[in-house]
Design a binder for this molecule. Structure first.
Ligand code: DAH
Length: 344
């Protein structure tokens, strides 16, 4: 047998042996052993063979040399690949992405439950001809109290103690001052709803927050009567709380209305199986006929114009509507709470 042929056979046999050993390797350590056995610089079996190339006659060396390099390359490549496999699933082995799956959408939030209730209430009043307007949160004592027929030493002013700012301003304790601001700048007929934040010196507990939302309402024109007042608020209540809702006007007192009332509703809950249950009477707003002194303070002639006003807390209404037991859930910013109201 020619010397080169014998060498090439030996090389091929070694190649097969090396590839089987690589295949059988179970970890990095095994692989390193295989590498040293076959490719180790000094004692590696392929290295030793390569060294024997020198024994060949000159004309046979190139072919044997090429073959030796090929085997060396194949064994190195196989070592690399096996190392990759042992490190983790290779790209080919990874599960193919299912491109037909719908994308995972980022949660971009939803409207705050109080905002939902505000929007819903304003939308109902819009169909009754009321425009949504706003007013400043930093007010003066005149707009917040005095113009609303509430002298500063009146007990009603005490109940609405608030934070005072520099320059004679205070944080409004209710949205009622916007009644005056709108009447000052607009001629009747007036029909407005005024959502906004108000502030009071109240302890933060399950039913109170020092900053909370209100919605004010005001209608002023020639010839507005108590019938318009009752009918409008009863209609609103039934639309908001659902058909079958009973509405009750309870005599009350506010300095800026005369007569004044608290409006209560009794809801009918309908369960999924069709059975129904009546709620207790729930107080949902304060209201009344605008006091002539207020019309006068706003520059209207109380002999000519009359009107009605109302004020409600959409936070309280949201609690009743959604069965929320603690007002602080609205303000704590816990995403688990807010996710329940996700959606447009
Ligand atoms: N401003 C009152 C409050 O914050 C609520 C209110 C009651 C507003 C009666 C009104 C009204 O316009 O007529 O307690």
């Amino acid at each position: 047998m020619r010397k080169d042929a014998a060498l090439i056979d030996e090389l091929e046999a070694l190649e097969g042996e090396a590839l089987r050993a690589i295949e059988a390797a179970r970890d990095e350590g095994d692989l390193e052993g295989v590498r040293v056995t076959f490719l180790g610089r000094k004692e590696g079996r392929i290295s030793l063979l390569l060294r024997r190339l020198g024994e060949l006659p000159n004309e046979l060396r190139p072919e044997a040399g090429q073959e030796a390099n090929r085997v060396k390359g194949v064994v190195q490549g196989a070592l690399e690949q096996r190392r990759g496999e042992l490190e983790g699933p290779s790209r080919e082995a990874a599960p193919v992405e299912d491109l037909s799956l719908p994308g995972r959408r980022n949660w971009i939030g939803g409207r705050h439950p109080i905002t939902r209730v505000v929007d819903e209430i304003c939308a109902i009043f819009r169909t009754l001809g009321f425009t949504r307007v706003r007013g400043p949160e930093a007010e003066t004592e005149w707009y917040n109290f005095v113009a609303l027929n509430t002298p500063l030493d009146h007990p009603a002013a005490d109940e609405q103690d608030t934070l005072y700012l520099k320059g004679g301003h205070l944080l409004r304790s209710h949205t009622s001052p916007v009644q005056i601001r709108i009447m000052e700048t607009h001629e009747p007929p007036i029909r407005i709803v005024v959502p906004g934040m108000v502030y009071r010196r109240d302890t933060y507990d399950a039913t109170h927050a020092p900053a909370f939302a209100q919605i004010e309402g005001l209608a002023v024109d020639e010839g507005i009567t108590f019938v318009d007042f009752k009918a409008t608020l009863a209609e609103f209540s039934r639309r908001f709380w659902g058909p079958g809702t009973q509405v009750r006007f309870r005599p009350s007192f506010f300095p800026f209305t005369e007569p004044s009332a608290e409006v209560d509703v009794k809801r009918i809950h309908t369960f999924p199986d069709g059975t129904t249950r009546e709620s207790d009477w729930l107080e949902i707003m304060g209201a009344g006929m605008v006091d002539p002194a207020v019309l006068e303070n706003a520059g209207y002639d109380p002999e000519r114009f009359t009107g009605f006003a109302f004020g409600m807390g959409p936070g309280r209404i949201a609690m009743l509507k959604y069965g929320i037991p603690d007002i602080r859930h609205f303000y704590d910013g816990d995403v688990r709470f807010h996710r329940q109201f996700a959606g447009p």
